[in-house]
Design a protein. Structure first.
Length: 240
């Protein structure tokens, strides 16, 4: 239920979860990309509301008003794993409306709109290495944590630009930004066929971190003969 998810998000941000529930929540964040993405959206919405109301007093007044409304329109639900406050259902109901308004107001593009990692087929070309096969299969299945651990084993013996590139993309997908950007920057400064692809994903790393200025600066260094330059140009336009 989305409303209950939003309530748990709010409880986490307000440090209202028990240690056990907090640990479960953080475990789900690390393992469920969709859940993590939804939580990032909720945090952005909270940030928007804080700025929209200008100060804590106005935001608290808004919440107080919701509490008043909830007394008339919401009944206390029996708690499951987490005890929900009655007025939080009112906030959760408001989120659906506010999310739409938030995205309408927020003109900045999202990482997910441009993130479309290509599949890799090392072993089909005869590169017979067990760790490489595991890394390949995990990457194509979007199981990036497993892909990373196996790519790291392969890179100890074979640091080819291709393997380094897919390793870097895996790191980015797993939000390991510093390591991802270090590898992508190495490829960007090189002369392999992955130079421009690495530059593109370096820009996407900045986009994912909402560093829009840096993202655009990197995009402007990609040459027009890049195979996905239409995507580059689209993202530049979206950032303007």
């Amino acid at each position: 239920m989305n409303e209950e998810r939003h309530i748990v998000f709010d409880q986490y941000l307000e440090n209202e979860l028990s240690n056990e529930d907090r640990a479960k929540f953080e475990k789900q964040l690390s393992e469920d990309q969709e859940f993590d993405s939804a939580f990032e959206t909720f945090k952005e919405l909270n940030f928007y509301l804080e700025n929209k109301f200008g100060n804590a007093n106005e935001l608290n007044a808004f919440k107080k008003n919701l509490k008043s409304i909830s007394k008339k329109h919401f009944k206390t639900k029996k708690p499951k794993v987490v005890a929900f406050k009655p007025w939080q259902y009112a906030i959760a109901a408001s989120v659906a409306v506010l999310v739409g308004f938030f995205f309408f107001q927020n003109s900045n593009p999202a990482f997910e709109e441009y993130d479309n990692p290509e599949s890799t087929y090392f072993t089909e070309r005869g590169e017979g290495n067990e760790s490489l096969k595991l890394a390949q299969d995990a990457f194509n299945a979007r199981n990036y944590k497993n892909a990373i651990s196996n790519f790291e084993l392969v890179l100890k013996e074979n640091k080819s630009p291709e393997i380094q590139y897919f390793y870097a993309v895996s790191l980015l997908e797993d939000n390991q930004f510093q390591k991802a950007e270090s590898n992508l920057s190495d490829l960007k400064s090189g002369s392999s066929i992955y130079k421009n692809k690495a530059t593109w994903y370096l820009a996407l790393s900045k986009l994912k971190q909402k560093e829009y200025k840096s993202c655009k600066e990197i995009l402007l260094t990609i040459p027009e003969d890049f195979e996905d330059y239409d995507q580059v140009q689209q993202l530049i336009n979206d950032l303007e």
